[in-house]
Design a protein around this ligand. Structure first.
Ligand SMILES: Cc1cc2nc3c(=O)[nH]c(=O)nc-3n(C[C@H](O)[C@H](O)[C@H](O)COP(=O)(O)OP(=O)(O)OC[C@H]3O[C@@H](n4cnc5c(N)ncnc54)[C@H](O)[C@@H]3O)c2cc1C
Length: 408
């Protein structure tokens, strides 16, 4: 059978694209190498803008919990920035449940889902786009969407991703913890913790409490400028992090064992995310917040944009790269410039700078609020960058002035 569009990968990017394509009446096939529900190494933290943009995910069977407070520690652990809001800062999900629910949204809209189908190659001609599976099947369609994550076969086989690109790496565990214990430790606000550059690693540690799960992770985002010339043993550093959290009583001491999982993250968007009869979305295209490592929002938005562009391509019967390049123009306008700006900041970041920024923010709730709302995507980086910079300088001056007054 021939489809209009074949989507490789049924994570948030692929399922979102499938839902919007099927809703537009296009014959859509969604393939994944796994059988669903499947897990995916992830913090499962959803910025609230995901819920605002895709209100169909606001469902108690999909969202585990909401967090409305959190503490970020500076690298030396001397300074802490507290955030407490009346509305949620983030929602949390279990990826196993969330991703399966998004696939169901796609199939409810009319997409065909085929699990346990690893794709091994693609072939594109002027007339057709073909996807070859490891089982030896060839699927034909007019367009392919590569939504197959950070190690995308589609990105590599199409030549859009060159070899040896930088990736971030994380380790994480998701512990089952009874709800009363979660309430005792993390309160009803499900208080989150972030440890910036713990032990000077170029990344951060996180504690995301959910309803009755505790997600703890540790990420080294390699695009961060390295402070030290030593090789990091991530597994050892992660163990130290868990021990530290337990010693300082931030998390329960008697956590039941949970599998330790590793995951990779892209560090920046690919130069080109389109080719003849082909678009890349989500991690496959390199869409990630280079500061927080958050990617679900970009995955879903890029899936939605891709579906819109492909629907237009069908109306005009234009599947060439020139026409499909409008996809890149659109995502760049929506979130690409924000990613570029955050990248520019991240590349200049050092442990000392992170310490300094968190020191100043710890004295100024207005600055804290601005930074958090920009990091969670509630405010646009482009629109608010000067406001943040201005506020930061005012707070730094105030801090210096107070310190000078303190000196006898
Ligand atoms: C440890 C860790 C923590 C993270 N925490 C957060 C967080 O808290 N919040 C957040 O927003 N983001 C987080 N991220 C990033 C987030 O997980 C990704 O940005 C997001 O999953 C990208 O979605 P996607 O649909 O592009 O890819 P994926 O979710 O990776 O989905 C890709 C799909 O493609 C399938 N696939 C792969 N290869 C093939 C193939 N050859 N054939 C067929 N199918 C294939 C896979 O089975 C998978 O189902 C985290 C990432 C990591 C590694």
């Amino acid at each position: 059978m021939k489809y209009d569009v074949t989507i490789v990968g049924a994570g948030p990017a692929g399922s979102t694209a499938a839902k919007y394509l099927a809703e537009r009446g296009l014959k859509t096939l969604l393939l994944d190498k796994e059988t669903f529900p499947r897990d995916k190494p992830c913090g499962g933290g959803l910025p609230i803008r995901v819920l605002q943009r895709f209100p169909y995910v606001v469902n108690e069977n999909i969202i585990e919990s909401y967090s409305s407070s959190g503490t970020t520690f500076s690298p030396s652990l001397r300074y802490r920035v507290e955030a407490q809001t009346t509305t949620p800062l983030i929602a949390t999900v279990l990826r196993r449940t969330f991703d399966a629910a998004l696939v169901k949204c796609a199939t409810d809209a009319g997409a065909v889902f085929q699990a346990h189908t690893p794709v091994s190659a693609i072939h594109i001609t002027d007339e057709i786009a073909q996807v070859m599976t490891k089982q030896g099947e060839t699927v034909e369609s007019d367009v392919i969407i590569g939504a197959d994550g950070v190690s995308s076969i589609v990105a590599k086989k199409s030549g859009l991703q060159k070899t040896g690109i930088e990736k971030g790496v994380c380790l994480m565990q998701e512990f089952h913890v009874p709800e009363p214990t979660m309430d005792e430790y993390f309160k009803s606000s499900r208080h989150c913790y972030v440890h910036s550059r713990f032990k000077t690693l170029t990344g951060y540690g996180w504690v995301f409490p959910k309803k009755e799960h505790l997600n703890i992770g540790f990420g080294v985002i390699q695009a961060f400028k390295q402070d030290q010339n030593h090789k990091v043993n991530l597994r050892e550093a992660y163990k130290e992090y868990i021990a530290f959290l337990q010693e300082t009583n931030l998390v329960p001491k008697n956590l039941q064992d949970a599998p330790l999982k590793g995951g990779a993250l892209p560090t920046h968007p690919l130069e080109h995310t389109y080719a003849d009869r082909l678009l890349l979305v989500g991690d496959a295209a390199g869409f990630i917040n280079p500061l927080s490592g958050e990617g679900i929002y970009y995955a879903m938005v890029s899936g939605e944009i891709a579906a819109g562009v492909i629907a237009e391509a069908f109306q005009k019967r234009q599947f060439g790269r020139e026409f499909l390049s409008r996809y890149q123009t659109r995502w760049q306008k929506e979130f690409g410039r924000d990613i570029d700006l955050i990248s520019a900041v991240v590349k200049r970041n050092t442990t000392q700078r992170a310490e300094q920024v968190l020191k100043i923010a710890s004295t100024d709730p207005i600055l804290t609020n601005l930074i958090i709302r920009v990091i969670t995507g509630e405010l646009s980086v482009q629109e608010y960058k000067w406001k943040i910079i201005r506020r930061y300088f005012i707070s730094s001056l105030k801090y210096r002035f107070h310190r000078t007054k303190d000196v006898p």
